[in-house]
Structure formats: C-alpha cells, structure tokens
Design a protein around this ligand. Sequence first.
Ligand code: MG
Length: 160
Amino acid sequence: MRVGIGHDTHRLRPGGPLRLGGIDVPHDRESIGHSDGDALLHAVIDALLGAAALGDVGQMFPDTEAVNRGRDSAEMLAAANEAVAALGWEIVNIDCIVFLQRPKLLTHRLRIRQRMADILGIDVERVGLQAKTGEGIGTIGAEKAVAAQCVALLGMSDDV
Ligand code: MG
C-alpha cells in the first residue's frame, strides 16, 4: 500500500463557469490557471503521483510547455493515472476536500464524484468529496481563491 497527498490553489476572477473536478460548475467566478485551472483535479493528480513517488503535476505537465496551455485537466489526470498504473498500482480510494466560499457544492457533489471516478476508471464509491467554505475570512472567504486537498491510497494490483 502507498498513500499520497495533494494540494492546489487557484486564484478566482469574475467570470464563469468554475471548472472543478472535471465539470463546469455554474458560477459568477472562474479559476485562473495555465491549464483549465481545475484545482481539485490538480490535487488528485498530485496525490496519485505522490503516492507512487512520481513527482508532481508541475513536473509532469510544465507550465512552460505550450501544449499544457488551457489543457483539460481531465486529460492530465488520466495520463497521471496511467503512469501510476504502469508501475502496478491501483487506486484503493481517494478522498478530497474543496475549499470554496461559494457556491455550495452539495448539489454538484455526486456529479463531480462520478466524473472523477469515470476519469480514473474506478467505482464512484471509491471517490470521497467534502466541501468547506472559508467562513468568510482569508482568501477563500473573500472569494479570491479556490483550493483543494486530496489523499490517495494505492494498492498493488493483486491486493486491491
Ligand atoms: Mg493547479
């Protein structure tokens, strides 16, 4: 077994929709990033790569490379998952926290979990998603940023 952790933060600006967990959440703010700015998927990528000691998202998908500009993070996550699987690892489960003042993610939670499960090729029961506001303080509370954390547990294929 191996465990990995990932974290990501992206600045927000007026606009929308908000790209999160591989879906477009209707919102009046959008994420700023070199890729599509999906903080949640970037945290998942880092958790998977971290568990397999394969580096991090910035190493695998450098923001100095034009191919990564505006890139769909779902594609990046699928590639990271393939690299991890190539070493014999399978995902036991992932659990994620999104830090976002607005909107409430409750109504989007199942769709995001299902989307992440589909990208990873695992059952939705293996994908946990929690959501926290910034309690109105700090950069999250001021709606200047969205952040996400993820832990991933990997097992060798025979044991999962
Ligand atoms: Mg990022």
